[in-house]
Design a protein around this ligand. Sequence first.
Ligand code: MG
Length: 390
Amino acid sequence: MKIVSVKARVFTWNGETVPPQANFCTNPSMMLFDKSDSMGSFRFHSWLVCEVTTDSGITGIGNCALAPDVAKVVIDNHLSPLVIGENPWDYNYIWERMYRRTMAWGRKGVGMAAISAVDLAIWDILGKAANVPVFQLLGGRTKDAISVYASKLYSQNVKSLADEAQSYLDQGFSMMKMRFGWGPLDGVEGMKRNIELVETVREVVGYDVDLMLECYMGWNLEYSRRMLPKLAKFEPRWIEEPVIPDDLEGYRELKRMGHMPISGGEHEFTLRGFQPFLDQRAVDVIQYDTNRVGGITAARKVNALAEAFGVPVIPHAGQMHNYHLVMSDLNCPIAEYFPVHSVEIGNELFYYLFEGDPSPVDGKLQLDDDLPGLGLRISEKYLDQFEVAE
Ligand code: MG
């Protein structure tokens, strides 16, 4: 079997979107004085789909969502020529080829997101060629079903926040994640508002529900040092990305303080990227996204190293490319799940673009034993609401 074509297309949403609201979610831009559009770097309204076709007529589908317009150029101009003509079963070689040929600029960020999209398409091909779901190629089932946590609860007025938390209880979720709205520039008043959000959700869900707290890189070490002791009484399962991904020392210090488990990694890349976080005991939970970290070929190496350090891997974002890894690895205890809703920040675009993702029932979801590959197709349903760049 040989790869004969690689096609990268960018789908940009043209349909209705929920307008951004002030203090919706902390993010790295909030640290800047100019806060005119601090949510700008936080919205993703386009998605890259990578289709890799073989001479046996199988097409695999991969995807990535970090700067898809740039990722498309990377795939078209740099990766595609390295992949065409290769046997997809030589996936380790193909991965190293893409990685080493783009070493000067491709190691992290959008370069690795593009490599991830191609790698995912290759694994989809392998599953389809072997006529098994990808999780079977990765070692098979380690669990009956995947327990997922509802991941939304953006900062909003406390009444609607309470209603949203209640809706996840009603749907049978026993775990959920919420976001903060204020950061270091918002002073003591912002701290109070942040604490009020957590208090509101805990009052609704009680303490028999796992609650996770998300900072999305919007705090810094000093602010986190002040906030974590105040938040410890709410017993979060973890606090996520309190500092920017490059602040390894910040992660280390917050973990050493011991107020609550620290998670991160959705903006980290490859085995080499995670090695220092594990070596230096800087995180309690690793959260790569397979469509950024380097695809399945890189993700399974991170999984192996994390397991050796006793650190669970709970990938960012759910979605099929992550669910197959979670299903096949005992060290991935649960998965994230973005509830389906109107297009807002862009996480939810996945459901408008693809079909095949399972829906949770009572907080658990199932993968089909009889569906070969990753199990995703491009959906026709909303296609007319996307602009497509070929
Ligand atoms: Mg996150």
